[in-house]
Design a binder for this molecule. Structure first.
Ligand code: PMP
Length: 440
């Protein structure tokens, strides 16, 4: 028997109105149909806390204004920096035949080079996993894209498992995993009184989480607190992960910014590697190469053997293919050139140190300035914390006063991007912080 034709009711009405008379094609009823309120239920999304700070800063015309919101490096004049290693890499690829390189097969080869070099950077150039190739890896759209790919991969293969984030964490982590439909939990991390690590509580939460849970860890320069575990504490965390069969997912957005040394900043990853964990790793070159707009990153997942690596790789590729197919090639060429050319890489290593040292210097100067002002508060945490951020301990009200009275912009949790502090604004900043905190 022939199946009956089924016509969608809206289509049927629409066709009917067109067919009855061509002059009635744009009749009121047709217009009304076209005006179906598709987006009537959409209300504006909540503003991202960090983007909101930048917008307010840009709108302020006061000459003394300071932006401590954005987590991107600035030089001592408060200007964004194009690293010399990037300029050199740019010159090296200038003659490159982009049309040819952009062809699918070539793009894959350049992508593999980037993955290979990124993996060496994270796990160590002599790591067995690198030599044996027992990892799956993909170029990703910077750190955010790498996290998003992994979140999707996690949901596909462990749909029931939640991911645990440190409390606090980068404000976009919960958004990324929630959008991938992964249940999101937190583990204790920061101690507001000591403004350091709440190690005992952290260990308790690791022990109390269901076996085989996913944990997101910041291996260095924790955002937003600037508080990192010591090597010894990482060893204990790694041991406990083994006991509980948890999966460590490292989000490496600031490699080099904590100590100024790329290997030292990867020590947490290397400790877990030594302990035989399978590890996931999101790497970003936005900060440590100053390539924010190029969106270059890498996702790697260590696997039990080469066969598993092939399977995982193909799944990750399938996820990326459906999301954005391939990433853009220009930034990819820049990063793989910097990482694979020894001279350019050596220059990058030096430039990372310079950036980290400048931030460290600003930490010391800010603390000294506050102490010279005879602040009644303890500011040791400014120099104890590391990386781009200082979790100042300022309350939301104090931050509001900094904005209102001093044109100093930061997120209301008190996170200050130390990259926004310069030789010429540090004493103005110290005075302002002193004013809003002195009577508490
Ligand atoms: N992870 C952390 C902890 C971050 O702070 C950031 C950037 N703020 C990212 C990932 C993502 O960075 P991007 O996508 O710009 O590489």
């Amino acid at each position: 028997m022939k199946p009956k034709p089924r016509i969608n009711i809206i289509m049927w009405r629409f066709m009917g109105s067109r067919l009855t008379s061509s002059t009635r094609c744009m009749s009121t009823s047709t217009k009304a149909l076209c005006r179906f309120g598709w987006w009537d239920r959409v209300s504006p999304a909540a503003k991202d806390p960090i983007t909101g700070v930048t917008e307010a800063f840009l709108a302020d015309t006061n000459p003394h204004k300071i932006n401590l919101g954005v987590g991107a490096y600035r030089d001592d004049e408060g200007k964004p920096v194009v690293l010399q290693c990037v300029r050199n890499a740019e010159a090296k690829i200038a003659g490159c035949d982009f049309i040819n390189v952009g062809r699918e097969s070539n793009a894959t080869a350049v992508g593999s080079k980037l993955v290979e070099e990124s993996v060496k950077l994270a796990y160590g150039k002599d790591a067995n996993v690198v030599k044996e190739g027992t990892f799956a890896g993909l170029q990703a759209l910077s750190g955010t894209g790498a996290c998003r790919l992994f979140a999707e991969f996690q949901r596909r293969f462990h749909p029931e498992s939640p991911i645990y984030f440190p409390d606090p964490t980068w404000s976009n982590h919960p958004n990324i995993w929630r959008d991938a439909q992964v249940p999101v939990r937190t583990f204790q991390y920061y101690h507001p009184v000591s403004k350091g690590l709440n190690f005992a509580a952290l260990m308790d939460d690791i022990k109390n989480a269901p076996d085989a849970s996913f944990f997101l860890l910041h291996p260095c320069a924790h955002n937003p607190t600037g508080v990192d575990p010591t090597a010894e504490q990482w060893r204990e965390i790694s041991y406990q992960f083994k006991v509980k069969s948890h999966f460590p997912f490292f989000d490496v957005a600031y490699q080099g910014f904590a100590s100024g040394d790329l290997d030292m900043d990867a020590q947490a990853i290397r400790i877990f590697l030594e302990d035989g964990h399978l590890i996931g790793c999101a790497q970003s070159f936005a900060k440590n190469m100053g390539l924010y707009g190029h969106r270059v990153g890498c996702l790697s997942v260590l696997c039990a053997d080469a066969k598993q690596a092939v399977a995982v790789q193909s799944q990750l590729q399938q996820i990326a293919r459906a999301m954005y197919s391939n990433p853009p090639i220009h930034g990819l060429l820049l990063v793989s050139t910097i990482l694979s050319d020894p001279e350019t890489k050596a220059l990058w290593v030096k430039e990372v140190k310079v950036m980290a040292n400048r931030i460290q210097q600003m930490r010391s100067t800010l603390r000294e300035s506050l102490e010279k002002l005879a602040s009644p508060l303890n500011w040791e945490h400014i120099t104890n914390q590391v990386g781009m951020f200082c979790f100042s301990g300022l309350t939301a009200d104090q931050v509001d006063r900094l904005v209102r009275e001093f044109h100093i912009y930061l997120t209301r949790d008190g996170r200050m991007s130390m990259a926004g502090v310069t030789t010429s604004n540090v004493s103005y900043l110290a005075n302002a912080i002193h004013e809003v905190t002195r009577y508490n």
